[in-house]
Design a protein around this ligand. Structure first.
Ligand code: MN
Length: 718
């Protein structure tokens, strides 16, 4: 019975060609059960219908490409979901069909894989800088939640490289360079040797066609010459192993072109030195046999000192295991021998992919993430040298990075910790950029500054001269660099503000005593600074500004009057302009606004806090008269202050909205609304408003009072 033929006969266009489907189904039949093959067939029908009429650069129907990609993965015995996703991988990008359609038809898992591949296609390797290639590789890996996504992507790239001849020359070189910079190293990292080798050779061929041709010719010639010798030595190995009762396959190993080229480049060797090396691979059943074989081949030919490597005891970082040794051949030519088990050989070819191979007996519902973690654990297990933690860390960095990678507008890649915001990015570019940041764009669209960045986004920071960091940023920044920079800036700002305020307070107190800072003079000032155990005048001013030292007492100290005099608080007052910044604040209990009668209270560490004279809390503070200072408002103040009002209303629908509209019409913002009480027919509401001064507030109160459903409105007084 030809199961494949029956299924294929049902496919559209079956009478003509099946664009590689026949071979794919044959491969799948060797390891997948029939129901899963049917899923793949359905994917083919879906894909062939969606891509219908589209052609590749070569002129072939488009569907031949996804089928070829699926074939690569089938050769590695990947599961049905991965194969189906491979067939559908270009459907969302290039046809009308959506992810939702795929999910409805093939389930969430296949849809997630296709979606992952489409997302990878969206990020472009824009800048060619060598250093960026590494970041870009990491960015790709960071975007992946399921390793199968990168397997599909690598197979996709491989087939595109195999069919690159149809492309224009310029495009060819770009794609080839990208393959060598990005995709081959990823395949290597994941231990998928079969992909790595082919991607490298194809990349090399299209990037340096001339060098490729010369090397290819030389390699072919030497292979012809070597064939006899390789055959003779292989037979000798086989005979010796058989005599010891070891069941082994001996393979004459061919070198791949790019590795020859790289060796010449890196080790500055002549072509003949690199080419005239004979390669062998000996595959056995178990680990013990590996070491036995090693001893036997060392008995046959003398080993070259310093060339033996035990990657079984200490595997490579991608899980590769094998014994490597180099022998002096019959005429002194080097023989490179690799010895490993069948299992190790499979892992060496497929790497991480071997963990997603379909196994009939296995019935786990392990998530892809779980499987990837198992793979890592497996690698760690292999790495029995004491540094397994360190080793695992280094693999994890690539596979599950806690970093994201974003682009600057110029196309440079910046790695950022996960959860970073535009502000973190601004500070990562430069502290000055962070300090002057006022807005941000992600992928050319304006976003709130607190927006979290995602992999692959382009971030642009808009700065303004004279802009300052906002203390509120501290609530959402993620990086230490941003946090420290914001704090430092606030500290400097605060300290320069308090120095300024302290100087004014001290001068005012001196004037009360018929003196001034100028009259006191440098010498007396210096003496006072020493006496107080301070370093500079600024230190003293800052302490006064922050309320840690009282201006009247300091003034007397400066004038040498240690006796307590009477304070004439009303002789001169400190003028408040509302622009003092953090050293002058407004009490939240009574919300003073310009026009109110106010007093200042020196609060240790917080500078001057302004209260209304009527404030109910004043009685507590009155016990410390030395901490009070007279203050008055500057004439013209152009900024807004918070003020609180109470409104009693009738319980009618929409009344809150009406009041809010009236307040807004009066040119005021509402910061906060709360319901203080609710009775049968009336409610008491409290509004925190922004107002300019007493007149502005009075005008708002008048407008609200006139409203039909308002019973009473008053300014709140603690
Ligand atoms: Mn494709």
């Amino acid at each position: 019975m030809d199961y494949a033929a029956t299924l294929l006969a049902k496919l559209p266009g079956a009478s003509r060609r099946n664009y590689g489907m026949r071979q794919l189904v044959e491969t799948l039949e060797s390891y997948l059960p029939p129901d899963q093959i049917r899923t793949v067939m359905r994917a083919y029908e879906f894909g062939a219908t969606a891509h219908d009429g589209q052609k590749r650069q070569s002129g072939e129907p488009y569907i031949s490409h996804p089928v070829a990609v699926a074939q690569e993965l089938a050769d590695m015995h990947l599961d049905a979901q991965a194969i189906a996703a491979a067939i559908l991988h270009d459907v969302v990008e290039d046809t009308e069909a959506s992810i939702k359609d795929i999910e409805a038809e093939f389930g969430a898992e296949v849809a997630a894989l296709v979606d992952g591949v489409s997302k990878l296609d969206q990020i472009q390797f824009r800048s060619r800088a060598e250093a960026q290639a590494e970041s870009f590789r990491k960015m790709m890996l960071a975007m992946i939640e399921d390793i199968r996504v990168i397997l599909v992507k690598l197979a996709d790239r491989l087939h595109n490289m195999q069919t690159l001849d149809a492309m224009p020359a310029k495009k060819k070189a770009r794609i080839a360079r990208e393959t060598l910079d990005i995709y081959a190293p990823i395949a290597n990292r994941l231990g998928i040797n079969r992909f790595k080798v082919e991607l490298e050779d194809l990349g090399f061929r299209h990037l340096y066609p001339l060098r490729y041709r010369v090397l290819d010719k030389a390699l072919r010639r030497s292979k012809g010459n070597q064939r006899q010798i390789v055959k003779k030595i292989s037979e000798e190995f086989e005979k010796t192993l058989a005599a010891e009762g070891i069941d082994a396959d001996v393979i004459g190993r061919e070198k791949h072109l790019f590795s020859v080229y790289r060796k010449m480049l890196e080790k500055k060797r002549l072509l003949s030195d690199v080419v005239d090396v004979y390669g062998f691979r000996i595959i056995v059943d178990d680990v013990n046999d590996c070491y036995k074989v090693l001893g036997l081949v060392h008995g046959l030919y003398k080993p070259m000192p310093g060339r033996f490597k035990d990657y079984i005891a200490i595997p490579r970082i991608n899980g590769y295991q094998s014994l490597h040794t180099t022998l002096f051949g019959p005429k002194g030519q080097p023989l490179e021998v690799q010895i490993r088990t069948r299992h190790m050989d499979r892992v060496a070819e497929s790497g991480v992919a071997s963990h997603w191979q379909y196994k009939a007996e296995e019935k786990t519902d392990a998530t892809p993430q779980r499987r990837a973690r198992d793979w890592l654990a497996n690698l760690a297990e292999l790495q029995r040298s004491g540094t397994s933690e360190e080793f695992l860390e280094s693999v994890k960095v690539d596979l599950f990075p806690d970093k994201i990678y974003v682009f600057t507008p110029k196309g440079d890649i910046k790695p950022m910790p996960k959860g970073s915001t535009t502000i973190d990015f601004a500070y990562a570019v430069h502290t000055d950029i962070g300090n002057r940041c006022v807005a941000a764009k992600i992928d050319r669209r304006l976003v709130p500054l607190r927006t979290e960045l995602q992999n692959g986004q382009t971030v642009e920071i808009i700065t303004a001269r004279g802009a300052r960091p906002n203390p509120n940023w501290l609530a959402f920044v993620r990086t230490a660099k941003a946090r420290t920079a914001i704090r430092n800036h606030m500290k400097t700002m605060r300290s320069s503000e308090s120095v300024d305020l302290g100087k004014r307070l001290l001068d005012r107190s001196l004037k009360d005593l018929d003196s001034s800072l100028r009259k006191v003079g440098k010498v007396r000032m210096k003496a006072a600074i020493d006496e107080l155990d301070l370093n500079t005048n600024e230190d003293l001013f800052e302490q006064i500004g922050l309320g840690e030292r009282l201006a009247p007492l300091t003034a007397r100290l400066l004038l040498g009057e240690n006796q307590k005099g009477e304070s004439d608080a009303d002789t001169a007052s400190l003028v408040i302009a509302g622009t003092e910044g953090m050293v002058v604040s407004y009490a939240r209990c009574c919300h003073p606004i310009p026009g109110d009668n106010v007093m200042g209270y020196l609060s240790s560490g917080r500078g001057v806090v302004i209260h209304r004279n009527k404030c109910g809390n004043l009685s507590v503070f009155r016990k410390q008269p030395e901490k009070w200072i007279a203050v008055s408002w500057e004439k013209e103040i152009d900024r807004e202050f918070s003020s609180q009002i109470h409104v009693d209303t009738q319980n009618k629908p929409g009344v809150l909205a009406e009041i809010a509209a009236t307040i807004a019409d009066s040119g005021s913002n509402i910061e906060q609304v709360s319901v203080l009480g609710r009775h049968e027919d009336c409610s008491v509401l409290s509004f925190l408003l922004q107002v300019k001064n007493r007149q502005h507030l009075a005008q708002i109160l008048r407008s609200v009072r006139k409203m039909p459903n308002v019973i009473r409105v008053v300014r709140d007084c603690a």
